[in-house]
Write a protein that binds this ligand. Structure first.
Ligand SMILES: *[C@@H]1O[C@H](CO)[C@@H](O)[C@H](O)[C@H]1NC(C)=O
Ligand SMILES: *[C@@H]1O[C@H](CO)[C@@H](O)[C@H](O)[C@H]1NC(C)=O
Ligand SMILES: *[C@@H]1O[C@H](CO)[C@@H](O)[C@H](O)[C@H]1NC(C)=O
Ligand SMILES: *[C@@H]1O[C@H](CO)[C@@H](O)[C@H](O)[C@H]1NC(C)=O
Ligand SMILES: *[C@@H]1O[C@H](CO)[C@@H](O)[C@H](O)[C@H]1NC(C)=O
Length: 818
């Protein structure tokens, strides 16, 4: 069987043909991304309030104490060697009053990297919780894996992989024959309908890498000798470099390098140097190392010993792994690789994705406000409107110091030059470039990782960012230079759009404590020094865009590309929908599973929804009172129906997607999965809009001097509790309400959510915000596209497989709403 498969893969030109080079002007790196991991058959999300004898300790009790007792209770039957800690990135949402608590499991003091409990607590009650804790027998990390007698997951894994590959090979052949599929790769449109390698990309997703690495090598084991990883002492936990090298072979997009690593591993291993750090605090251990000189990594790799769960029937077993954080040119991986031979990759998440509350009194902004010639907020792309003069209309709650001011202490350029304060001892620096507290924007024609000293426009004292934008039709050979002539205008646009997204999401609750992107947090909690680095006209590719989201406290990175789909070239920076889609990866990744966990939306349905939220939010932001269908990326891709299979539409002829669509050929990749999720949300949002109407601006009114947010025509009249405390403000209109519910739900849902979990979290967010006023509307809308209460999936695989059943029915109490 395997021969046949390999033959059919080769026949499709698949091996090594994963990136489309977008043009001849520039040598494009082969782009590759890995994302997979085990399913957790035992993981649950309880969306209904959970009362338990010991957890309900009164409405005024400390939510952390409630959580502590609750977790003790639900883990009472676990092995005595299992323990847990409440993570420091837990927080209370200022608007809803819900405390989002993230709990991590430990086994014999070693972290279980995917043993997560997230609890949503309010007034002493656990409103909902997700739980993927390991419940099996104790496992001692100091006893070698072989002696522990783990099931041979390696073989099982390969068998299911072979089966899945075969299914997909058949699908590809059908697709190529039927010429049915508009294929997308990354956020990239595959030009030409039946380009087999593009279709193969979409259908195979990450599988060939997995196949190639984890299973092909079963037959031809890696040349390394068995490393005695464990000898009973904590400091001889083994050496992460071999496991890391094995990961790099799979991860590097450079095939020549991958070969060299396999032919002569010791040459590279000798150069890799580990610096060890081992702490045991309160019985919880961190055995970690920093590894320098890792081939193809752009910074030292962090390595940490941990357990991860691998499926074992209906439950899981623990496998000891090295957990790596690997920053590369085009990827930023969190990978778990078996500590013992064979060093298989158990899971890998690429942090790169292709694609209202009382506030503290606001300090006045000091600097002269910026003026920008841009496509104004709401103008999605150049087909919708012309550029206009727009002020630095920052939101005072979201960006108290404006977009061009940040403390010397948080400014990477000042840190590099050791300037600690202004000439008169000022702590804040005013900038005259596209450099500020939320966003750093600049060109990146080289397509490399350097960014600090890249070119960015300087508007001088007057702060007028007014630059021409009139790209001309040229010969193809001159098209790139022609695009580059407009860098001032495109960087200005990128800076403007990204700052407004920051401000908008802030007002719906993506704030400092929940992990937003800012250099300075104004004393409002959360980790600092993580503004978004945005690259305009990034030279590492064409026809795409991507966003890397490391955990809170490390800069997000957004790369926007040129599109060679038309003459003159189209610049992704000029299409707001693409920038919003990308930034939304940062939003959903930081909010799901907590600010410090960037590994919750890595693959399968979760990874797909990571794409879907971006499409949905971009589409909602551009939509107007008069209903219309919308496409994603239509201008950049130069295709009226955009880069997805269908436009977002209520009309089932135009967009027939239902939950079961996920079973179809071509729906293995995260973008296709995301498209289905975004369509579901679009149907839900239109139902709320028909109930509550539409508001023209999604920006809530600015807070008053004393920090109170006026209701304006934006929120319903404020309500107060018996104690006189103002209840959370509820957006009055359908479009603002759905944005609020979707963002609140991201905070409620568990790590690695399924479609069901994300749906239940939205319904639960409505319960918390409005007391469940829209319970039936939400069910009716989800059920319209098959995601009713009895929708189900059998035999789900980590790669998006499984057989789904639609449910178009609604809960009994909602029948009359249909
Ligand atoms: C920033 O601008 C304001 C107002 O123009 C000025 O008062 C302040 O001193 C400036 N800060 C620095 C460090 O120059
Ligand atoms: C831009 O302005 C020109 C000239 O006023 C006008 O003809 C054109 O329709 C405008 N374009 C859009 C997309 O509004
Ligand atoms: C960008 O603007 C500056 C003036 O602010 C100008 O000197 C420079 O030539 C412009 N760059 C391009 C490529 O036009
Ligand atoms: C749905 O779209 C199809 C195809 O464009 C069109 O023929 C049909 O009239 C539309 N239905 C509704 C209800 O608008
Ligand atoms: C804030 O100011 C507004 C308007 O001046 C006032 O109505 C409101 O009561 C004040 N709120 C607080 C909490 O002081």
């Amino acid at each position: 069987m395997r021969r046949l498969l390999v033959a059919s893969i080769a026949a499709l030109g698949l091996a090594g043909a994963f990136a489309h080079s977008g043009g001849n002007d520039n040598l494009i790196r082969r782009r590759k991304t890995l994302g997979f991991g085990p399913v957790h058959p035992h993981a649950v999300y309880h969306a209904e309030p959970a009362y338990s004898s010991s957890s309900f300790v009164g409405a005024n009790s400390d939510p952390y104490e409630v959580a502590q007792r609750f977790v003790e209770e639900i883990t009472r039957d676990s092995s005595p060697a299992s323990s847990f800690v409440i993570r420091k990135d837990s927080y209370t949402d200022k608007s809803t009053g819900v405390t989002h608590i993230y709990v991590r499991q430990y086994m014999h003091g070693i972290e279980v990297a995917d043993g997560d409990i997230n609890l949503n607590v309010k007034d002493g009650v656990v409103l909902s919780y997700g739980d993927s804790f390991y419940r099996g027998a104790e496992q001692d990390p100091f006893i070698p894996a072989l002696a522990r007698g783990l099931p041979d997951v390696h073989t099982e894994h390969c068998v299911s992989l072979f089966n899945e590959l075969e299914t997909r090979a058949i699908q590809i052949e059908e697709l190529v024959t039927n010429e049915e599929l508009y294929s997308t790769q990354g956020d990239q449109v595959a030009l030409g309908r039946s380009d087999p390698s593009a279709i193969a990309d979409e259908v195979y997703g990450d599988l060939p890498y997995l196949f190639d690495w984890n299973c092909a090598h079963v037959q031809t084991p890696f040349v390394m000798s068995y490393h005695p990883a464990f000898s009973g002492q904590e400091d001889s936990f083994g050496d992460p470099t071999r496991a890391l090298l094995q990961f790099m072979i799979a991860a590097t997009p450079n095939e020549k390098l991958a070969q060299k690593l396999q032919v002569n591993p010791s040459e590279y291993l000798d150069k890799m140097q580990s610096t060890w750090e081992t702490h045991f605090v309160g019985g919880h251990g961190t055995i970690s190392a920093t590894v320098d000189n890792v081939p193809d990594a752009v910074s030292p790799v962090k390595a940490k010993a941990a357990f991860v769960q691998v499926p074992n029937g209906d439950s899981t077993s623990l496998e000891l792994v090295w957990k790596f954080e690997v920053e590369m040119e085009d990827n930023w991986y969190e990978a778990a690789v078996s500590a013992a031979l064979p060093h298989r990759i158990v899971s890998v998440v690429d942090w790169a994705s292709d694609s209202p509350m009382p506030v503290a009194p606001i300090p006045p902004t000091e600097h002269k406000p910026g003026l920008y010639k841009v496509f104004a907020w709401g103008v999605n792309d150049p087909t919708v409107g012309n550029r206009s003069d727009e002020k630095e209309n920052f939101d005072r709650a979201a960006s108290p110091a404006g977009w061009h001011s940040l403390p010397y202490a948080n400014d990477p350029l000042m840190l590099a030059t050791r300037v600690k304060s202004g000439p008169k001892g000022e702590t804040f620096r005013n900038t005259t470039t596209t450099w500020g507290n939320n966003v750093f924007a600049h060109e990146n024609w080289d397509g490399r990782n350097d960014w600090m000293y890249n070119y960015r426009p300087d508007a001088g004292k007057e702060m007028v960012f007014d630059y021409p934008y009139d790209p001309q039709v040229t010969d193809r050979t001159d098209a790139l230079d022609e695009a580059k002539k407009h860098i001032n205008a495109t960087v200005t646009q990128l800076f403007y759009t990204a700052n407004l997204i920051h401000d908008l999401y802030y007002r719906y609750g993506f704030d400092e404590v929940s992990g937003n992107f800012q250099q300075h947090n104004f004393g409002r909690g959360g980790e600092e020094n993580d503004a978004v680095i945005t690259n305009a006209q990034d030279g590492s590719g064409y026809n795409n865009a991507n966003f890397m989201t490391p955990p809170d406290g490390q800069n997000g990175r957004c790369r926007m590309y040129l599109w060679n789909t038309a003459m003159p070239y189209r610049d992704g920076d000029m299409e707001a929908g693409i920038v919003i889609h990308e930034y939304s990866h940062g939003l959903s990744t930081r909010l799901t599973g907590g600010p410090a966990n960037s590994g919750c939306l890595g693959w399968g349905e979760s990874g797909g929804m990571g794409e879907g939220w971006g499409d949905f939010l971009a589409t909602t932001i551009r939509s107007t009172k008069k209903y219309s269908d919308y496409a994603m990326g239509a201008w950049a891709a130069n295709r009226p129906t955009g880069i997805r299979n269908y436009m977002y539409s209520l009309n089932t002829t135009i967009n027939p997607s239902t939950y079961k669509t996920l079973d179809k050929p071509g729906y293995w990749g995260v973008h296709a999965i995301g498209e289905v999720w975004a369509e579901l949300l679009w149907v839900v949002s239109q139902r709320l809009i028909s109930k509550y109407g539409f508001v023209d601006t999604l920006f809530p009114p600015e807070p008053l001097e004393n920090g109170t947010i006026p209701e304006g025509d934006f929120y319903r009249p404020a309500e107060f509790t018996e104690a006189g405390v103002r209840k959370p403000l509820i957006p009055k209109h359908g479009n603002s309400l759905i944005v609020q519910l979707v963002i609140n739900a991201m905070k409620l849902q568990p790590c690695r959510p399924s479609f069901f979990d994300a749906r239940d979290a939205i319904i639960s967010a409505d319960q918390i915000l409005t007391g469940g006023e829209n319970h039936c509307d939400l069910w009716v809308a989800f059920a319209e596209r098959g995601l009713g209460p009895d929708a189900s999936v059998e035999g789900r695989t980590p790669w998006g497989g499984g057989v789904r059943t639609n449910d178009f029915d609604v809960p009994t109490k909602c029948k009359s709403s249909q």
